[in-house]
Ligand binder design. Structure first.
Ligand SMILES: *Cc1c(COP(=O)(O)O)cnc(C)c1O
Length: 272
């Protein structure tokens, strides 16, 4: 039992249920992963009680994803400091301060504007051990309802790309941020249509966009010390895949999958 947390465990049958679904998802992740890859499973705990998170944490789950700033602040305050929090909700510049003050915030996966990057870089404390990992959200499906910047194709004009402008800004002007990779949600219809053939065009688009961004970074900043990508490999990471489509995402080369319902069950409706 972690001494640094006051959060109690849920009822015994709930603990058993969570352990079982976590074990199943972990097994499915492993089975769907290409050989020699070890993707990160982020347990998406939005709208679920802190006691559920505590139960998963005690079952060696370190990575958790949250969508709402205030809910994340409250959970981070009471849950173990060893948890690695990933913010995956809509990022507003005026909430950058609140997020930046969470000491064990591990990444923000939904960066979408220069304004938000600047606000985060400014708000992060100077004594943070390492830069905050950020992933830029890409709207691979092009749906109006989805956040994120347009994806790139080999024929895109990079000088006109909002995505490239943001990438450049983070790498050159935000020393307290580290560009870790790209994130997408993709269209639900695509993921349903792809579940038989295992090839989701939105995931392929994110991969192609990532290759273009990597090449851009390597050629443009070849003289400087690399300050982007995974800290060990230097590779830009792909965050794609949720409960309904993480297996297809892993087959497409995803490095980070974000699974909520598959672990915690259906969520209550968001209120307030
Ligand atoms: C809620 C959410 C998830 C988890 O979705 P499930 O379908 O419950 O697995 C993943 N990513 C983002 C960005 C989310 O908002």
């Amino acid at each position: 039992m972690s001494e640094s947390s006051n959060v109690e465990l849920p009822a015994a049958d709930r603990v058993t249920e969570l352990r079982q679904s976590l074990a199943e998802i972990r097994a499915s992740v492993k089975k769907a992963s290409p050989l020699n890859s070890s993707p990160t499973l982020v347990a998406v705990s939005k709208l679920k009680p802190a006691s559920d998170i505590q139960a998963c944490f005690l079952d060696n789950q370190l990575d958790f994803g949250e969508n709402y700033v205030q809910e994340l602040e409250e959970k981070a305050r009471i849950l173990p400091p060893d948890i690695r929090w990933h913010f995956i909700g809509t990022l507003q510049s005026n909430k950058a301060k609140n997020l930046a003050a969470i000491p064990n915030l591990y990444s923000i996966q939904t960066l979408g504007s220069i304004k938000a990057a600047t606000a985060l870089n400014k708000a992060l404390p100077n004594n943070r051990g390492s830069p905050l990992r950020v992933l830029v959200q890409v709207n691979t499906s092009g749906e109006d309802a989805k956040s994120g910047l347009p994806s790139l194709t080999p024929s895109s004009t990079l000088a006109e790309s909002e995505l490239i402008a943001l990438i450049k800004h983070v790498v050159t002007s935000c020393p307290k941020l580290r560009l870790e990779g790209l994130m997408t949600i993709g269209s639900l219809e695509q993921s349903i249509a792809a579940s038989d053939s295992q090839e989701n065009p939105d995931f392929e688009r994110l991969k192609e966009t990532c290759n273009i961004v990597s090449k851009y970074l390597q050629t443009t900043f070849s003289d400087s010390t690399q300050n982007w990508g995974d800290e060990t490999t230097g590779r830009l990471l792909l965050s794609m895949g949720m409960s309904s489509d993480f297996e297809a995402a892993l087959a497409s080369g995803s490095d980070i999958v974000r699974v909520g319902t598959g672990i915690f069950g259906q969520r209550p409706a968001k209120t307030g």
